[in-house]
Design a protein around this ligand. Structure first.
Ligand SMILES: Nc1ncnc2c1ncn2[C@@H]1O[C@H](COP(=O)(O)OP(=O)(O)OP(=O)(O)O)[C@@H](O)[C@H]1O
Length: 258
């Protein structure tokens, strides 16, 4: 379970990005976080793996109080929490397989990975991760030669190779076109359902959030404005989260209605 208890983050310069947030996320849940730009979505998910320290309050991942961990314990936590990024963050000049193996860096001795001595088990695990996102056939292709959607699937496979118990995805479809965005969301959902990995996704588009989330958390000015099932998040709820009426920019399909 992930638990935020009165979690507050005030950045240097005085912006309060999280304001006394209380949230409990049980194991295995698929949670989508929505809110306007600057609402605190990235701050919330980055607090889970200690990338952003809290100013006050606590965040716990299982029995670990993230703010109290030693450097070594923080490394162990980050090995257990996979991340997926908007811009994929792959190494373009190397193969898909090598990119996925990088997900193992926290799990194998560093001298071995530096020499590129990956054991058969590691390669097998990386291949299995590529299989989950149905892209094994690209294993020996340079990452630069893949489309955006394929690169994001490799990003998911790299996170899976960590064998995480939690996945954090920070705007994973913001650089993709609508059909590809749906495809990536479906893979994230598959990973959550089939492997039982607790998944937190930041999304800009409300129709995507409703379609894929078990639960939506709506942030505004660092505060939780809504926390409930995707099906309960109607237009009125979104207006409360956004503080204004919806526009075409808030949905993936311009013509889609909520
Ligand atoms: N390192 C930082 N230093 C100072 N202020 C920051 C920092 N990171 C974020 N902020 C501010 O904190 C607030 C919340 O930012 P955050 O990135 O969490 O929001 P967000 O909802 O993810 O927005 P976006 O969708 O634009 O990424 C914003 O006002 C932002 O400018």
């Amino acid at each position: 379970m992930i638990r935020f208890d009165q979690a507050t983050v005030t950045y240097r310069g005085g912006v309060t990005a999280l304001d006394h947030v209380d949230v409990e996320i049980p194991d295995g849940e698929f949670v989508v976080i929505v809110g306007l730009s600057g609402a605190g979505k990235s701050t919330l998910i980055r607090a889970v793996n200690g990338l952003v320290p809290l100013t006050s309050g606590t965040v716990n991942v299982g029995d670990r109080d993230v703010g109290q961990l030693t450097k070594r314990q923080l490394r162990a936590l980050r090995a257990d929490v996979g991340m997926i990024f908007q811009h994929f963050n792959l190494v373009d000049r190397t193969t898909v397989l090598n990119n996925v193996l990088m997900g193992r860096l926290n799990r194998v001795p560093s001298w071995r990975s530096m020499l590129g001595w990956w054991g058969g088990d590691e390669v097998e695990l990386a291949m299995q991760s590529l299989e989950v996102v149905e892209i094994v056939d690209k294993a020996y292709i340079r990452a630069a030669n893949l489309s955006g959607g394929q690169q994001q699937r490799v990003g998911i496979a790299r996170a899976l190779a960590q064998q995480p118990s939690v996945l954090l995805a920070d705007e994973p479809v913001a650089s993709l076109d609508p059909p590809t965005s749906h495809s990536v969301m479906r893979y994230l959902q598959k990973v959550n359902r089939e492997l039982g990995i607790t998944t937190l996704v930041n999304l800009h588009f409300l129709d995507l959030a409703r379609e894929y989330a078990d639960r939506i958390i709506g942030l505004r000015g660092g505060r939780v404005m809504f926390d409930g099932p995707g099906s309960a998040a109607d237009e009125k709820v979104f207006e409360k989260i956004y503080g204004r009426s919806l526009t075409a920019d808030d949905v993936l399909e311009a013509e889609a209605s909520l």
